[in-house]
Design a protein around this ligand. Structure first.
Ligand code: MN
Length: 392
């Protein structure tokens, strides 16, 4: 018997660009095709099926069609909702809609989780595998779930699977939203999602924790750091797990360049970027600019480079200036300058224990006085759904 573990598929509008949003759908199709042609027994999805809790109609129709293909093939998909699957201010997630239409099994649907003094979790046993899980975090309160958790494990199952949607402390203290030790014990396979990087074989209790990463790139960092994207295929029998493979899906060709800008003019750097461009069939292009420019960084005509690039055929262009400095920036002078109000706000909120995303929302709200409610809502949503990234 074998199952697929996939996560962070983010069907929806990750990009402003339809070509790349269709790539994200294509990655999902590749995974479903594999499940059907290889006669996989079931799929475990570790959250963020969609990119937002209110996906556009074309995403809902796409998902309906793909899940129907699975259903006809007799392959169930077990899922826990991810942080992106829940809309702002909503209790239920978009995943529940598909559960009620019997196109997938939401492992956090009411029948599987009971809140009281303790949080009691049940799951399903399918093909001698026991599967349960806890959905992604919407607020700090939900961390408490793990502290109160009791799981009704089916000990007759050959293997026990626990799905969750958090970045564990094992991956680094800075971006964690769950202590590794908070995970319940007694499982063979911990199907992890939320963190978009790839990590396999993290030993925990008597089992292993695995992050397949996002199925397709959601931003530039993911393109550069983890060029391989895919999902796990886990084989098991009555003795337990006997084999794990990582199936790499087909993604677009990538061209990644770093351009050193030290002592160069904006025109020099612009020309160097233009020289890197070539005619292509929809490649992804990443240009990383580094060093201290002899001009202002804003003097570089990024729009011109992008316009030419798109004309040459690139499907997505990212020009990263985060490691590029203006010639006028003098670190020492900068340090003794009085702190800006925004810095003080940031430091204050940080001290209060808010995370970076919450601080961005709070700071945006402070600055948005007088703006139209609609545009405020849109921007808060954008920040809320932006992707969390941590270093590998
Ligand atoms: Mn995600």
């Amino acid at each position: 018997m074998k199952f697929i573990h996939v996560g962070d598929t983010h069907i929806g509008q990750v990009y402003k660009n339809d070509t790349r949003n269709n790539d994200i759908k294509d990655a999902f199709i590749q995974m479903i095709n594999y499940a059907i042609s290889e006669k996989i027994d079931f799929i475990v999805h570790s959250g963020d099926l969609f990119d937002s809790g209110n996906p556009p109609l074309d995403s809902l129709l796409f998902m309906t069609d793909e899940l129907n293909r699975l259903k006809i093939a007799g392959i169930p998909l077990f899922i826990i909702p991810g942080s992106h699957d829940v809309g702002i201010g909503e209790e239920e997630s978009i995943v529940e809609l598909f559960h009620r239409n019997k196109l997938l099994i939401n492992l956090n649907s009411k029948k599987y989780i009971e809140f009281g003094e303790k949080v009691t979790l049940t799951g399903e046993t399918y093909k001698n595998a026991f599967i349960c899980g806890i959905k992604g975090k919407r607020s700090k309160v939900e961390d408490e779930i793990f502290k109160k958790l009791t799981v009704d494990i089916d000990n007759s199952a050959f293997i026990k699977i626990f799905a969750f949607h958090h970045t564990i402390s094992y991956l680094g203290e800075k971006f964690k939203d769950l202590e590794t030790e908070s995970l319940p014990k007694g499982f063979d396979y911990y199907a992890a999602g939320h963190w978009h990087g790839y990590k396999e074989n993290i030993k925990y209790d008597k089992g292993i924790i695995q992050y397949p990463g996002s199925l397709e790139y959601c931003d530039e960092k993911e393109i550069v750091d983890n060029p391989n994207r895919g999902f796990f295929i886990i084989s098991y029998d009555e003795k337990g797990i006997n084999d794990i493979k990582y199936k790499i899906i087909k993604t677009r060709a990538k061209q990644i360049f770093t351009i050193k800008a030290d002592n160069k003019t904006a025109i020099d750097v612009e020309n160097e970027m233009l020289n890197k461009l070539n005619k292509n069939e929809g490649d992804i292009l990443v240009l990383r600019l580094e060093g201290r420019l002899n001009d202002k960084t804003s003097d570089i005509n990024v729009i011109k480079v992008k316009k030419m690039g798109y004309e040459l055929g690139y499907s997505y262009i990212s020009i990263n200036k985060s490691k590029l400095n203006d010639k006028d920036v003098d670190v020492q002078v900068d340090e003794i300058k009085t702190k800006e109000l925004s810095t003080i706000e940031h430091e204050f909120l940080k001290k209060k224990g808010y995370n970076d995303k919450e601080i961005r929302i709070a700071r945006y709200l402070i600055d948005s006085v007088g703006e139209k409610p609609d545009s405020i809502k849109k921007e808060v949503e954008n920040i809320f759904y932006s992707h969390d990234n941590i270093e590998n």
